[in-house]
Design a protein. Structure first.
Length: 169
């Protein structure tokens, strides 16, 4: 770029009339006002969505089932972490299970099968002040598939040992 041309363009901008700059400012402000997001108000009957982490979503469960370690995964010595995202409706019924990560299709299927057996407490049983009644909940659930000695083990985050210390087969 030619420095003289850049200087001339810069000089021109500095020398523009205040009226022209005001028109530009008003147009810019008008654009911001038009495209600025408008806060949404909760309407009665509107669905509220809340995302929670692994530990709280497990806390909403009345009964849980660990996935079974698939025989095909044992034969293939498959180990690793499986992460699923679950969605509960306003009545805390399981609506959807999406496995985001799994070492194999067999482990993915085992996770889905186990999560479909989970039962969650009613929203009316939430501790006071949680303010989640009527909310759709989405959260992630993690399972660890690993070998300990000669045993194939499935565990949740609290039950799993430090997996860095486990030897791989």
């Amino acid at each position: 770029m030619n420095h003289a041309a850049a200087y001339t363009r810069g000089q021109r901008r500095r020398n523009e009339s205040p009226a022209r700059l005001s028109r530009i400012s008003i147009i810019a402000i008008g654009i911001v006002i038009v495209i600025a997001p408008v806060p949404l108000r909760a309407q009665s009957g509107a669905e509220t969505k809340t995302t929670v982490a692994d530990d709280p979503i497990r806390g909403f469960a009345e009964s849980t089932v660990l996935p079974l370690y698939p025989e095909s995964s044992k034969r293939a010595h498959e180990t690793g972490v499986a992460v699923a995202q679950i969605r509960l409706d306003q009545k805390r019924r399981l609506q959807q299970v999406d496995v985001l990560e799994a070492p194999s299709d067999a482990i993915k299927a085992a996770v889905i099968e186990a999560l479909q057996k989970w039962r969650f407490r009613a929203a009316s049983d939430d501790p006071p002040g949680t303010n989640l009644a009527g909310a759709t909940l989405t959260g992630k659930v993690t399972f660890y598939f690993y070998v300990s000695g000669d045993r194939y083990v499935v565990a949740g985050p609290k039950e799993a040992p430090n997996l860095r210390t486990l030897e791989r087969p």
